[in-house]
Design a binder for this molecule. Structure first.
Ligand SMILES: C[S@@+](CC[C@H](N)C(=O)[O-])C[C@H]1O[C@@H](n2cnc3c(N)ncnc32)[C@H](O)[C@@H]1O
Length: 195
C-alpha cells in the first residue's frame, strides 16, 4: 500500500470503499459519535487520510471547536481538503507531526484511527511522544487500531508500551471483531502526572 503515491486501484478503493461506504457505515459513525466531545474542543487527528473520520468530527466540533488533520501523504490530505473545503473549523497539515509548527499542550484530544500501524517501527515511539506532547494536561488520546495478524504489526502490548513511555495512561479499552479489519483495539489514554 502506498499512501504517498497511490495506484489507480488504491485511489478507487479509497474513494468507494473507504469514503463512500465505510465512512458512512456504523463502523465509523457510531465510534466517532460516542467520543466525549461537547463540540468546542481542539482535536488533532493523526493520519487523517482522505477525511473518512474528519467529515464526522468537523460536524461534531461545530460549537467553537476546531479539527487539525495531519497526514504525511500529500495525495490524501489534498483529497480531504478538497472534500471538506466548505468547513471553516478545520485545518489540514501535510507532513510530520514532529516538525515545528504544531504548538505543544494545545489539544483536548488526539484521535488515531486505523493509522498508527502504518508508522515505521523505528519512528513509532518518537511520533507517539510527539503526539502526547501536543495534548493539554487534561487531554485524552483515543486510538483504534487493528491488532491481530490480519491487521499487521501493532499488537496491543506494543501500543500500551508506546503510550506508557510517552507518559500516557490507559483509562479504558475494548476489543471488537470487525469484518475486513479483524480484531480491533479501542483504547483511551490520559496524560499522566504532567505539571
Ligand atoms: C488507512 S489510512 C486511515 C485514514 C483514516 N484515519 C481512516 O481511519 O479512514 C492511514 C493514514 O495514515 C497516514 N500515515 C501513515 N504514517 C503517518 C505518519 N507518520 N504521520 C502522519 N500520517 C501517517 C497515511 O498517509 C494514511 O493516510
Amino acid at each position: 500500500m502506498s499512501f504517498e503515491n497511490p495506484s489507480f486501484l488504491e485511489k478507487i478503493m479509497e474513494e468507494i470503499l473507504e469514503y463512500q461506504i465505510l465512512s458512512r457505515s456504523p463502523l465509523y459513525k457510531a465510534y466517532l459519535r460516542k467520543l466525549p466531545l461537547k463540540g468546542s474542543e481542539k482535536v488533532l487527528e493523526f493520519g487523517s487520510g482522505g477525511g473518512a473520520c474528519s467529515r464526522h468530527l468537523v460536524k461534531i466540533l461545530s460549537k467553537g471547536g476546531k479539527l487539525t488533520c495531519i497526514d504525511t501523504s500529500e495525495y490524501y490530505i489534498s483529497k480531504a481538503r478538497q472534500r471538506l473545503q466548505k468547513f471553516d473549523n478545520i485545518e489540514f497539515l501535510n507532513g510530520d507531526v514532529r516538525k515545528p509548527g504544531i504548538p505543544d499542550s494545545s489539544f483536548d484530544m488526539v484521535l488515531i484511527h486505523f493509522a498508527f500501524h502504518h508508522v515505521s517501527g523505528h519512528e513509532k515511539q518518537d511520533i507517539m511522544n510527539s503526539l502526547a506532547s501536543k495534548l493539554k494536561k487534561s487531554g485524552t488520546v483515543f486510538i483504534r487500531e487493528p491488532i491481530d495478524e490480519k491487521g499487521a504489526e501493532l499488537p496491543v502490548e506494543e501500543i500500551r508500551s508506546l503510550m506508557k513511555k510517552a507518559g500516557l495512561e490507559e483509562v479504558d479499552f475494548g476489543m471488537k471483531k470487525i469484518v475486513l479489519a479483524g480484531t480491533v483495539y479501542e483504547g483511551v489514554y490520559k496524560v499522566k502526572g504532567r505539571e
